[in-house]
Write a protein that binds this ligand. Sequence first.
Ligand code: GSH
Length: 265
Amino acid sequence: MLVVWEHPLSPYAQKVKIALREKGVAFEARTPAGVGSGAPDAGFLAASPAMEVPALTLEDGAAIFDSTIILEYIEAAYPQPALLPADPKVAAKARMIEDVMDTRYEAINWALGEIRAFKRAEGENAAALEARARAQLDGLNAWLERHLEGPWFCGAQFGWADLSVVPYVAGSAGMGMGPARGSKLSEWLTRALARPTVAQTIGEARSVSESLATSLEGARMAVEAGLFKRQYRDHRLEWMMRSGGVDIVLAGMEKGNIRFGTELE
Ligand SMILES: N[C@@H](CCC(=O)N[C@@H](CS)C(=O)NCC(=O)O)C(=O)O
C-alpha cells in the first residue's frame, strides 16, 4: 500500500490526502517521529531528504517528495477522476493558484503560528505583525475571489485548485482569520468543507490541533531551549523579514531555535 508521510496539520500533506481520497486510492498515513524538530526518524529521512512532509513511498519502495510533485504523480498514476482540468489554459490557472497558496498564503498562516503558539512576539509587536498578516490575507482572499468562476475554482468540477486552496483558507479560518462572512470565498469554503474527502482531512487536522493545545506548553519550552528548531526557509523567512519580524529571526538565530533549509548530502 502507498505510504503518505505526513503531519495532519501540514497543509501540503492535506493536499495529497485530499487528492488520494478524491481518487479512491487507499494509503497508510504515517507521521514520522521528530518531524519538524530538525532531527526526524531515519525511515522518513530516506523518503524525504529535505525532512519535509509530505513524502510518498510507493509499493516498490520508491519515494517521492514535495506535494506538487506528488500530486503530479498521483494524477498520472491514477488518472480518474481527473483533478487537473483538461484545457491547458485552465490547468495552468489551477497550478498558479496552487503556487500562490503554497508560497504566499502558507507563509502568513505559518507566521501566525509562530507568533501565537511559539510566542515569538508579544504585546504591541505581536499586534503589529498580526495586523500585517490580516491585511495580506485580505489581499490574497480578494485575489482568490477574482479567480472563483463557479461553484469551484475551475468551474463545475472540484479539482486541483480547490484542494490546494482549502487547507490554507481552513487554516486561517481556524485561527479566526478566515474570509469575510457571507463573501464568495466563505461560501466556497463551506461547500468545500462539506465534501467528504475534505471533511475527513480537515477533521484529522482539527483533532490533532485540539490534542496539541494541551501539550503546547511543552513544545514551547522545547523551542525556547533550542531542543526543537523551527524551520525558517524560503517564503516563511521572507515573510518575517518584510513584515516586521527581523528581530524574531535574529533572536531565533541567537537562541539556536530556528534553522534554515536543509543542505542535501
Ligand atoms: N515544498 C514542500 C513544502 C513542504 C513543507 O514545508 N512541509 C513542512 C510542514 S508544513 C515540513 O515538513 N517542514 C519540515 C520541518 O519543519 O522540519 C511541499 O510542497 O511539499
